[in-house]
Design a protein around this ligand. Structure first.
Ligand SMILES: Nc1ncnc2c1ncn2[C@@H]1O[C@H](COP(=O)(O)OS(=O)(=O)O)[C@@H](OP(=O)(O)O)[C@H]1O
Ligand SMILES: Nc1ncnc2c1ncn2[C@@H]1O[C@H](COP(=O)(O)OP(=O)(O)O)[C@@H](O)[C@H]1O
Length: 236
């Protein structure tokens, strides 16, 4: 780990929160990874709504658990019911001012905060030795790159696997399991990724899942599983 940086990648010299002092764990990451016989890491799925992120991530989670690995999964839709809830959900219990300040929607800055929070959580999970799967549209390159920096500063280079689920928007629209594309095209949903909001494709993802009609979610999950084996994240 880079000693001149805090675990979140901030420089220790100009870290403004001087009174919040990082506490080194008694149980080290290495100890946990030896116990688990695996390397903690983050497998970050990015792609359009409907591209297959959640399905493939869940399939990979199953393959890992059946292999005896310790993995966990964070999914955009689910996390937006709790940690990154929208204002409407927070207002009920916390009131409008709190909800406006802390609730997250889909503006660029709200997506930035959504991904920042998940980046911090996945960094903690990876440092606990877990293979941490994260499935988020995460449309902005800068947001994803910040998570990469957090994860690799806390651990080491190679701990972050960006998986680009590169399903064409036409296929995503055809699938449209939640009817969101239909609503977005009708103008009922604003800032919808790919329709009325940008998606910045990864330039050098560790794993690029190009679209093949004959590829099942299991085939795609297996491709990632085999990559994790090759990198030594898990052992044979
Ligand atoms: N405006 C807009 N744009 C994109 N997606 C939208 C939007 N509104 C709701 N949804 C649903 O929210 C899911 C995306 O949430 P994420 O947290 O992954 O988005 S982001 O990473 O903050 O961009 C996404 O889930 P998936 O379909 O599983 O990707 C959508 O179902
Ligand atoms: N490889 C695949 N082949 C065919 N359909 C798929 C594949 N992967 C996902 N799907 C289907 O596409 C739809 C969207 O998948 P989902 O995982 O919800 O996408 P996302 O999480 O990116 O929004 C679902 O109905 C799912 O069953």
């Amino acid at each position: 780990m880079n000693e001149s940086l805090s675990p979140n990648g901030a420089s220790k010299d100009n870290d403004v929160s001087k009174d919040i002092v990082w506490h080194e764990d008694t149980v080290t990451r290495e100890h946990r990874e030896v116990n688990l016989d695996q390397r903690g890491c983050v497998v970050w799925f990015t792609g359009l709504s409907g591209c297959g992120k959640s399905t493939i991530a869940n399939e990979l989670d199953r393959l890992l658990i059946e292999h005896g690995a310790a993995s966990t999964l964070l999914d955009g839709d689910n996390v937006r019911h709790g940690l990154c809830a929208p204002p409407a959900v927070l207002a009920v219990e916390h009131g409008d001012e709190f909800a406006t300040r802390f609730g997250l929607g889909f503006s660029a800055i709200d997506r930035e905060e959504n991904i920042r929070r998940i980046g911090a959580v996945t960094t903690l999970m990876a440092s606990a030795g877990l293979i941490t799967l994260a499935a988020f549209v995460s449309p902005y390159r800068r947001d994803r790159d910040r998570v990469r920096k957090m994860v690799e500063t806390s651990g080491q280079e190679g701990d972050f696997f960006e998986v680009f689920v590169d399903t064409p928007i036409e296929v995503c629209q055809q699938r449209d399991p939640k009817g969101l594309y239909k609503k977005a095209i009708a103008g009922e949903i604003k800032n919808f990724t790919g329709i009325s909001d940008p998606y910045e494709a990864p330039e050098k993802p560790e794993i690029h899942l190009t679209h093949r009609e004959d590829a099942t979610p299991t085939d795609q999950a297996k491709e990632i599983f085999d990559a994790l084996l090759r990198c030594g994240v898990i052992s044979h």
